[in-house]
Write a new protein. Structure first.
Length: 150
């Protein structure tokens, strides 16, 4: 599976649960700009670098009117620990059934050391105030993701 969404498309609706156990929907961000980023796993080197880069530049995102929301298959418990450990100022959704990732076309075949498996294809969607996709980043630079976005 590959990302079939394009810039200018309406962002697909989703409902997920954040680290506090609260339901979060795309409609909660109506009238706001949203950076929706998908990543494979909490506490791995690349995912930590990406989250910390977004954390370190969070005030720049806020100044420009952006909210940030991360999505991975990890549990609420793992997200809570990850947020606490790295002092992340934004929420993470527990997409344990991969339904949000599938909806956004970022659940697909990956390969590591010759072994093929299904997982999150690290990607980011920038959604505008009207719920439309303004930007899609399929080749995320985990150490300087902010530069790709702002």
């Amino acid at each position: 599976m590959a990302i079939t969404l394009r810039i200018g498309d309406k962002a697909p609706a989703f409902t997920g649960v954040n680290e506090k156990g609260e339901k979060v929907k795309l409609t909660d961000y109506k009238g706001k700009k949203l950076v929706l980023y998908f990543y494979p796993k909490d506490n791995t080197p690349g995912c930590t670098a990406e989250a910390c880069d977004l954390r370190d530049n969070y005030s720049s995102f806020q100044t420009q009117g952006y909210e940030i929301l991360g999505v991975s298959p990890d549990s609420i418990v793992k997200h809570t620990k990850f947020i606490s450990k790295f002092e992340l100022p934004f929420s993470l959704l527990a997409d344990e059934d991969n339904s949000i990732a599938i909806t956004y076309g970022v659940w697909g075949e990956k390969s590591m050391y010759g072994r093929k498996y299904m997982g999150i294809l690290r990607s980011t969607f920038v959604i505008n105030e009207n719920g439309m996709i303004d930007k899609i980043i399929e080749k995320v630079d985990t150490k300087s993701h902010t530069k790709q976005l702002l």
